[in-house]
Design a protein around this ligand. Structure first.
Ligand code: NAD
Length: 315
């Protein structure tokens, strides 16, 4: 019997890491949460503040720590690294954050070669691939948060438009978490009813322009939020929670997360998001959707763009 308390280590206690830790505390998923940050006093302060929420929820130990604390952790979640600054290219960000991956991943794996690693730092697909290569772990145990957030934004906007709970809308954004992401319109449905059919029956037959703006708003959401408040963190924290829950509770949930593509659509040697069954093993299976030609071409383009950045970074 597993008698170890479930420990989650979060590397990076900034906006995303601390908000995710807060979600974990409220969700009661972990017995112990360890925060590691280059800025030790920040990790300490966040741990203190979070600990004071514990009397209102389930007992959880929250503390600052070191990479040694990865030993025995069920999952290590990487949120360390900068977000894009005004005028900065994606590649600049990739270079800076890849250096962080090269720094932290060997230390995580040295302490714990058995954990499932979850990467949220951007550009997440590139850094998921970097984590896989640096760690040399099996592909199943390296997950990127990928388009889990884009899919949530897409379903939210579609739900508002169609006046249906987003949870009843089955529609995915796949590919890069970024500018080349791909909406899978051909398979989108509401409770099994094809989207086109739903739109025809429920008075949305002529809403092509709205659908185009939903894709655009999904793609630009992070830019719009960053313009207004400097960073995004609530929704990604909820998405990370969902992934962690699927792993810890062995739920076999289908989530659009980033992992190594197993040769589907002629794509390999790159990490990007496809709907994947997530369970205790990490990525249990990646699902091969029956995409149309346009979607397949867009996905291949996304893969090419990401592969090019991987190569430029030396991965
Ligand atoms: P932030 O600046 O608030 O926090 C980053 C933290 O990482 C800081 O506390 C910093 O001290 C720490 N850090 C930097 N280098 C480190 C190292 N080598 N070891 C340990 N800690 C280190 O940034 P944020 O807003 O929390 O964003 C973090 C990352 O998450 C960014 O790359 C951002 O783009 C990304 N992000 C991803 C998604 C997604 O959907 N995947 C969504 C939002 C943000």
């Amino acid at each position: 019997m597993d008698t170890q308390p479930t420990r989650i280590v979060i590397v990076g206690a900034g906006h995303v890491g601390a908000t995710f830790a807060y979600s974990l505390v409220l969700g009661g998923l972990a017995a112990e949460i360890v925060l590691i940050d280059r800025d030790g006093s920040r990790a300490e302060g966040e741990a203190m503040d979070l600990s004071h929420a514990v009397p209102f929820v389930a007992p959880t130990r929250i503390r600052p720590g070191t990479f040694e604390d990865c030993r025995g952790a069920a999952m290590v979640v990487i949120t360390a690294g900068a977000g894009q600054r005004p005028g900065e290219t994606r590649l600049d960000l990739a270079g800076r954050n890849a250096a962080i991956i090269r720094d932290v991943v060997p230390r995580i794996v040295a302490a714990n070669p058995d954990a499932v690693l979850l990467v949220a730092t951007n550009p997440v697909d590139v850094l998921t691939y970097a984590t896989l290569r640096v760690s040399q772990l099996p592909a199943s145990r390296v997950i990127g948060s990928g388009t889990i957030l884009d899919t949530a934004r897409f379903r939210h906007l579609l739900g508002e438009h169609l006046r249906v709970d987003a949870r009843s809308i089955h529609a995915y954004i796949i590919g890069e978490h970024g500018d080349t992401e791909v909406p899978v319109w051909s398979l989108a449905n509401v409770a099994g009813m094809r989207l086109d059919e739903f739109r025809r029956v429920h008075g949305h037959a002529d809403d092509e322009a709205v659908l185009r703006s939903i894709v655009e708003d999904t793609r630009r959401a992070a830019y719009l939020i960053i313009e207004r408040k400097g960073a995004t963190y609530y929704a990604v924290a909820a998405g990370l929670m969902r992934i962690v829950e699927a792993v810890l509770r062995n739920q076999s949930t289908v989530l659009s997360v980033s992992s190594l593509v197993p040769g589907f659509y002629g794509i390999d040697d790159v990490c990007l998001s496809l709907p994947s069954v997530v369970s205790r093993v990490g990525i249990d299976r990646v699902l091969q959707l029956d995409l149309n030609e346009e979607e397949t071409a867009a996905l291949r383009h996304s893969a090419d763009v990401l592969r090019q950045v991987n190569r430029q970074l030396g991965f």
